[in-house]
Design a protein around this ligand. Structure first.
Ligand SMILES: Nc1ncnc2c1ncn2[C@@H]1O[C@H](COP(=O)(O)OP(=O)(O)O)[C@@H](O)[C@H]1O
Ligand SMILES: O=C(CO)[C@@H](O)[C@H](O)COP(=O)(O)O
Length: 486
């Protein structure tokens, strides 16, 4: 088994790495962008995957491939296997009302929340597949009637790589199944009753593979240059966050924070979690364990937006942020630019508080953007700790981890050392490592050496979080009607 490939089909792009199966050494890589928007035709992911494969020099010398992908996205297929409508992504908030309905149907207030947390480890919010299915049933009955199977982005890409061999061949893995809202990590079974309740009837769902179970073989006809391909085995794949935790080799005491389109905070746990507040999602990981996780809708794009607002690039934004004092003299940016999932405020907008003649500078705004985005994640870290996750250090990954300001400010806000591996594609790396494990077999995954990380330490500045906590409730929900003038 010379080489293996790992894919990260994420929100903004598709990244592919090719690594040596035994040592993990990076051999080559490729990437291609995804279209913008919160509903996307899966065909765009497929063509981006093809482009990424070509950019990486093809798969002719690769023995196994695994696909990790953005979680929760609803891919509906008809009985011929054709896509019924563009996929609704994890960050599409139109299903917020459907999520609230599903919780209310299970009982009033905390009773409903507790029911879902106990049943499937998660409380429905707009992001979850179960909420999207309910939305589809209520809002697009014509499309809903055509649905024969529902799967997730990584499931669909893996199935396409296998040559789309019929709906019965669809497969997924524990980590991604645990983000649907109708698969229980604790019992490792589908809650078909909950899917049926949400959608009105049962549809085909992918078989859930174990950590090293193969999803079949790559159909050589589906990729350019395919006919020359040797036999390539398909790994089970994963949700992107589980793949990242596996890619960086997170262990006890490690909390992985990813700053991509989403902001996520997660840790590997030996036992499943069931948080009735819904803040911590009780996901599964790729090794057979669990991955309690908090996810925000606003991370790297908050920095993109601040840079655009100030008319600077991302490097200059970081320099500006670092030139302002910690706490930005009281300027606070509440980063709910895309609505928010944690806290569950799908209709909220962002806000800036504390503008004065002193704080109305580009440097203060840049600092407030970095701090606000990180404070929302620090709230997630607290919630994870409340669920019993130990935190000795944070491992920072995702595109936003490239920002020097994020790296330096993060330990002030998280209050623990922040370890930043060299810039890389850790989701794709986790998928590649999974492909290697599936192909090589063995009770334990191959040990791959991760390049030396850099550790950032700083004295915590609790005042930043205290000020943020004051500000975060003072946002406007765009669905709400302003009070009439008096
Ligand atoms: N130096 C940088 N500073 C801040 N943000 C960055 C930097 N480099 C890349 N990014 C941001 O990272 C994001 C992409 O990160 P990525 O983890 O690939 O996202 P996703 O997995 O959601 O597709 C983009 O929004 C991009 O602007
Ligand atoms: O919804 C979640 C996790 O629950 C997100 O983390 C998605 O999985 C998207 O990830 P990125 O593309 O932002 O990395």
């Amino acid at each position: 088994m010379p080489l293996v490939a790992g894919v990260d089909s994420s929100t903004q792009s598709c990244k592919l790495v090719i690594r040596d199966a035994e040592s993990g050494v990076l051999v080559r890589q490729g990437r291609a962008p995804h279209p913008d928007g919160t509903e996307v035709d899966p065909a765009a992911w497929w063509s981006a995957l093809g482009e990424a494969v070509s950019a990486a020099g093809g798969l002719a010398d690769v023995g196994a491939i695994s696909v990790a992908g953005q979680q929760h996205g609803m891919v509906c297929l008809d009985e011929t296997g054709a896509v019924v409508r563009p996929a609704l992504l994890w960050n599409d908030t139109r299903s917020a009302g459907a999520a609230a309905d599903l919780v209310a149907e299970a009982g009033e207030g905390e009773t409903g929340q507790r029911f879902w947390a106990d049943a499937v480890g998660v409380v429905p919010v707009a992001s979850l597949t179960v909420s999207k299915l309910r939305w589809l049933a209520r809002h697009e009955p014509g499309n809903a009637a055509r649905v024969a199977a529902v799967c997730l982005p990584h499931d669909w890409l893996t199935w396409r790589l296998a040559g789309a061999p019929g709906l019965a061949a669809l497969s997924t893995d524990r980590s991604d199944a645990s983000g649907t809202g109708y698969w229980s990590p604790a019992s490792a079974t589908y809650r078909r009753d909950l899917l049926e309740q949400a959608f009105g009837r049962m549809v085909t769902v992918p078989r859930v593979l174990g950590p090293v179970e193969s999803a079949g073989r790559l159909d050589p006809a589906v990729l350019a240059g395919g006919p020359e391909l040797p036999e390539v085995s398909l790994g089970p794949g994963a949700g992107d966050n589980a793949a990242a935790a596996f890619g960086v080799g997170a262990g006890p005491g490690d909390v992985v924070v990813s700053i991509g389109t989403s902001g996520t905070v997660c840790g590997v746990a030996e036992q499943p979690t069931a948080d009735p507040t819904g803040i911590v999602a009780g996901f599964a990981d790729v090794t057979g364990r669990y991955l309690p996780l908090v996810c925000t809708l606003n991370a790297a794009r908050v920095l993109d937006a601040a840079a655009a607002l100030l008319g600077v690039g991302l490097a200059e934004l970081a320099d500006l942020a670092l030139s302002a004092p910690p706490g930005a003299d009281g300027l606070v940016l509440v980063p709910y630019l895309a609505g928010e999932r944690t806290p569950n405020r799908p209709d909220a907008n962002g806000a800036v508080h504390g503008l004065t003649l002193r704080t109305a500078t580009p440097a203060h705004l840049a600092r407030a953007a970095v701090e606000g985005m990180l404070c929302a994640l620090a709230d997630g870290l607290d919630a994870l700790v409340a669920q019993g996750v130990a935190v000795q250090r944070v491992i920072l990954v995702g595109g936003g981890a490239r920002s020097t300001a994020v790296r330096r400010v993060a330990p002030q806000i998280f209050g623990v050392p922040v370890v930043v591996p060299p810039p890389g594609e850790y989701v794709a790396d986790g998928a590649a490592r999974q492909a290697a494990w599936t192909a090589l077999g063995g009770a334990q995954p191959p040990i791959w050496t991760v390049a030396a990380p850099r550790t950032y330490e700083a004295d915590p500045v609790p005042a930043i979080r205290a000020r943020y906590a004051q500000a975060r409730e003072h946002v406007i929900d765009h669905g709400s009607t302003p009070a009439p003038p008096r």
